[in-house]
Design a protein around this ligand. Structure first.
Ligand code: NAD
Length: 441
């Protein structure tokens, strides 16, 4: 099949590369000329494990190409995906659909023959109907259906998630469009292991927001439990394991930490609340989740400050600034709240992140960026781990101790155990577990 993917960001590029790997011919379109120029030179504009090889293979096989010219990509395509950004609208938290409307209008002008237009971006309920209305108005003769096909991939494991998803959700009432979607996802459809949820467009649109809101709630819940554990002298890891083994609860997304961030949960929880309020429906649970999470990020800065006994005039080494490991995505990362709060309290911040620094430099002024984690810790008064990159999981404790002025670690991702850190001679503060100090050993 021939596919046009409008928007070549984290979702569009991965989806386009994976569809081409399924054997389809995919043209990825982006209006960002520098992004397309880089892709045409064989460079991958984002960090996503395995993506460079997947793109290179499929470009070489002649199934994957990149252009800024939407009008040349759409006419031949049987399916046109909209995978543009839907950020939070400034001020009110509604999903900003400007890019979606623009893409719909451009697609309308270029349609030729029966085409399924698929919204892969995360969009509020009824967006498909509005996309349909825009296209119908601009091009009344066009033969098309609009379907919803939300994307559930996670940055950092995006290719695996796309190729082996928990489910594929397709919202359309058109049998013709359903057949196009079945053909597109044929390798997954055939292997019988992937459940397909065929539903209405409205349900499909809501499934995506409800999924993200639920996951954000699960994280926020375990974070509150972590606070209780710290006070009560219980270990959150044990509590999480104990509740996660209950099949009704499940063990995933029960890692206590600095609060959720990233390109999806913060904006999607806000957008869900706004949608519900437009329909006059209360969404008090998700409102609380948003509120609790926002406070948490601030409190994590205080946790570091308290552990250091104040940071005025002190140097804090930070390991990891992306919202999670294996991505360079800095959108809504907890570090964007925590680091400025430390600086405001008088700290000098030395930081290292394996992939996020190019973007982080633009967002976090005044930080001294280093070549590696050990350089960040050199001469610092202590270290705080904000992102659980693998390379921070096996620090050389003797070297770490020798570099720091004081053997002090604040681990907001619980990648070490209090016992091993105590044995290594560190004062160690983590999340949802009692802090340990060598003198109390
Ligand atoms: P992104 O910002 O990385 O990429 C969006 C791209 O669309 C940009 O490169 C932009 O230049 C391009 N674009 C905007 N308007 C265009 C137009 N008219 N024509 C061509 N290109 C255009 O965004 P993303 O992270 O890939 O997210 C895209 C959508 O997918 C969002 O709705 C997001 O919520 C959703 N989503 C994201 C993830 C994730 O992990 N990032 C996961 C699931 C769903």
């Amino acid at each position: 099949m021939r596919v046009a993917m409008i928007g070549t960001g984290y979702v569009g590029l991965v989806s386009g590369a994976c569809f081409s790997n399924f054997g389809h011919h995919v043209v990825c379109v982006d209006k960002d000329e520098s992004k397309i120029a880089r892709l045409n030179r064989g460079e991958i504009p984002i960090f996503e494990p395995g993506l460079d090889a997947l793109v290179a293979d499929n470009v070489k096989a002649g199934r994957l190409s990149f252009t800024t010219d939407l009008k040349s990509a759409v006419p031949d395509a049987e399916a046109v995906f909209i995978a543009v950004g839907t950020p939070s609208r400034r001020g009110d938290g509604f999903a900003d659909l400007t890019y979606v409307w623009e893409a719909a209008a451009e697609i309308a002008d270029a349609l030729k023959g029966y085409t399924v237009i698929v919204t892969k971006s995360t969009v509020p309920v009824s967006t498909c109907s509005k996309v349909e209305a825009i296209i119908r108005e601009r091009n009344p003769a066009a033969e098309f259906d609009v379907a919803s096909n939300p994307e559930f991939l996670r940055e950092g494991s995006a290719i695996e998630d796309f190729q082996r998803p928990d489910r594929v959700v397709v919202g359309t009432e058109s049998e013709r469009a359903r057949n196009v979607m079945r053909a597109l996802y044929r390798p997954l459809f055939l292997n019988d292991k992937t459940p397909f949820v065929f539903t209405t467009r409205e349900a499909s649109e809501l499934i995506k927001y409800a999924s993200n809101a639920f996951l954000a709630m699960k994280i926020t819940f375990i974070n509150e439990m972590a606070d209780l554990c710290e006070r009560a002298g219980a270990d959150i890891q044990d509590v999480a394991r104990g509740i996660g083994l209950d099949g009704r609860i499940g063990s995933k997304f029960l890692n206590a930490g600095p609060g959720y961030g990233g390109s999806c949960f913060p904006k999607d929880t806000l957008a869900l609340v706004r949608q519900a309020s437009e329909f006059g429906v209360p969404s008090r649970i998700i409102e609380s989740v948003i509120d609790v999470n926002a406070n948490r990020k601030k409190r994590m800065a205080d946790k570091i400050i308290d552990a250091f006994g104040g940071v005025k005039g002190k140097t804090v080494a930070i390991l990891g600034v992306t919202f999670k490991p294996n991505t360079d995505d800095m959108r809504d990362s907890p570090s964007l709240d925590i680091i400025p709060a430390l600086q405001q309290a008088g700290a000098t911040v030395r930081a290292f992140d394996p992939e996020g620094m190019a973007e982080a430099e633009k967002l976090l002024p005044g930080v001294k960026w280093t070549q590696n984690g050990y350089e960040a810790m050199t001469g610092a008064d202590g270290v705080a781990i904000l992102t659980e990159w693998n390379e921070f999981r096996a620090l050389d404790f003797a070297r770490t101790k020798a570099l720091l002025k004081r053997p002090l670690m604040v681990d907001l991702r619980n990648i070490y155990t209090p016992r091993e850190m105590l044995e290594a001679g560190f004062e160690y503060h983590s999340v949802g577990r009692t802090a340990v100090k060598p003198e109390n050993k």
